[in-house]
Design a protein around this ligand. Structure first.
Ligand SMILES: Cc1ncc(COP(=O)(O)O)c(C=O)c1O
Length: 456
């Protein structure tokens, strides 16, 4: 009886899928662009709608995928998650992908994996140094501190907002064990050379590719250079599943360790809902456990549960099909802004890409030149009042954030963080996401020029 009710419900949900499909019809093939006001309009009107710095672009295909995955009522990670992991790894040209519930979780998993005892002498231990940037997103740095490692902060270049190779070389010490860097706002750092430096010295490279999906360096996708790379599928990012992230690697051993940390720390690698994939479930002998202790409940690590649901994965899969179009539109918007602002260099430091790279831009960074008669505060206020969204470059200088100043965190700074401080005071970014069209970009250009002319 119970089963019949359930079956009826499932059939109902599948009928609902079809009904929704029919009801929405052609109309929803048009983009639903939700900005932070959640207005869900098909097209943003500059001057009337807030042009958020980032946003998601979702359509009927995504909705259909969401309904289909819900109709399965599997709920946890299942067939859509497996398919996403395969497709995403293939897209990046890497062997393994582990889906997780956010880019921050992906960063936590990447760093956690490198602390595993299973890596022997190569594992990261408290006190080891990890080279990173102070100008960036906080959850690139947080796991370093949380595992008792020492963040070593290096300055970044203005324009690319990335760490240069020389700065990394200057930061090396006998305690250095890893480099953990993000491709700032989609612009790749010189990841090929950084990987080479790491390989020559036996260091790990974690590539935070959260803002750079679709970028390439020397024609190879970013996210495929690091021993481990991380991704975010939060709505601000190149594709979205609402909340979501991924960790990728070419190393099967690291892949197993990442999954162990993600899935409660367990040793067993059975997918959710399946048992005894190894056919030796009661034959293992680990730790001081009795021989044959259920492998499903054997824990190699003190881990977490950071899995996704199949609904998230289904939306991600559907979004992945549109990634090339999204990248194209991001690049076109960035280029239109860059060309349109070329006459404003007297007041603004314009963004640049790292040589050898082809960025899939996350945002368009601008730094107000010191002593040019303008301030960032005045300029961003002027833009916000005219419904153009602005954001600082994430944490600015993270060591100046209360998360650092209110706690006794040990870190090392290499030479000075002069540019990082300038970024904290003078830099902001505006949107290039695919929900913005040429009319929105032209309005942004016109408004910025108006601000510069009238001196805000
Ligand atoms: C560079 C970088 N890393 C990590 C993250 C965290 O991703 P999530 O918001 O999915 O946790 C972000 C978020 O925007 C980011 O920009």
């Amino acid at each position: 009886m119970h089963c019949q009710t359930l079956q009826a419900r499932l059939t109902e949900s599948r009928e609902l899928t079809i009904a929704v499909d029919a009801e929405l019809g052609e109309d929803v093939h048009v983009i639903l662009a939700s900005n932070q006001n959640g207005n869900g309009r098909k097209k943003l009107t500059p001057g009337r709608d807030y042009l958020a710095p980032s946003g998601k672009v979702v359509d009927q295909m995504d909705l259909q995928a969401l309904i289909e995955s819900s109709a399965d009522m599997w709920l946890t990670a299942g067939r859509f998650a497996e398919q996403f992991e395969r497709s995403f790894a293939e897209r990046l040209g890497v062997q393994y992908c582990s889906l997780t519930n956010s880019g921050s979780s992906a960063n936590l998993l990447a760093l956690s994996a490198l602390t595993s005892h299973q890596l022997g002498e190569r594992r990261l231990r408290p006190g080891d140094e990890v080279i990173t940037a102070a100008a960036g997103f906080p959850t690139t740095v947080a796991p370093i501190v949380q595992y008792g490692l020492m963040p070593v902060f290096v300055d970044v270049q203005l324009g690319t907002y990335n760490v240069g190779v020389d700065q990394i070389l200057a930061a090396l010490s006998p305690q250095t064990k890893a480099v953990f860097l993000a491709h700032t706002l989609g612009d790749p750092f010189d990841v090929a050379r950084v990987r080479q430096i790491c390989d020559e010295r036996g260091l790990w490279l974690i590539e935070d590719n959260c803002d750079a999906l679709g970028s390439t360096f020397g024609a190879r996708p970013t996210g495929s250079f690091g021993h481990i790379a991380t991704h975010s599928f939060y709505p601000a990012h190149h594709i979205t599943m609402g909340e979501g992230g991924a960790v990728v690697t070419d190393d099967q051993h690291l892949f197993r360790i990442i999954n162990s940390f993600r899935d409660w720390g367990r040793e067993c690698w059975c997918a959710p809902g399946s048992d005894d994939s190894c056919r030796r479930r009661f034959e293992h002998h680990s730790g001081d456990l009795p021989k044959g202790y259920d492998h499903k409940y054997t824990y190699s690590h003190l881990g977490y549960n950071l899995k996704v649901t199949d609904m998230q994965a289904a939306v991600g899969l559907s979004q992945l099909e549109k990634l090339d179009d999204f990248i194209h539109r991001r690049k076109a918007n960035w280029m239109r802004l860059r060309e349109g602002l070329s006459e404003c260099e007297e007041h603004l430091i314009l963004p640049d890409c790292t040589e050898g790279s082809d960025p899939s831009w996350f945002g368009f960074a601008l730094s107000v030149r010191p002593d040019c008669g303008l301030t960032r505060a005045n300029l961003t206020r002027f833009l916000e009042e005219r419904k153009i969204g602005t954001r600082p470059l994430f944490a600015g200088n993270i060591v100046k954030q209360p998360a650092f100043t209110e706690r006794n965190i040990t870190y090392r700074v290499v030479s000075s963080l002069t540019n990082t401080d300038l970024i904290m005071n003078n830099t902001f970014w505006i949107g290039v996401w695919p929900g913005l069209d040429a009319a929105c970009i032209d309005y942004m250009l016109k408004t910025i020029k108006e601000a510069l002319t009238c001196g805000t």
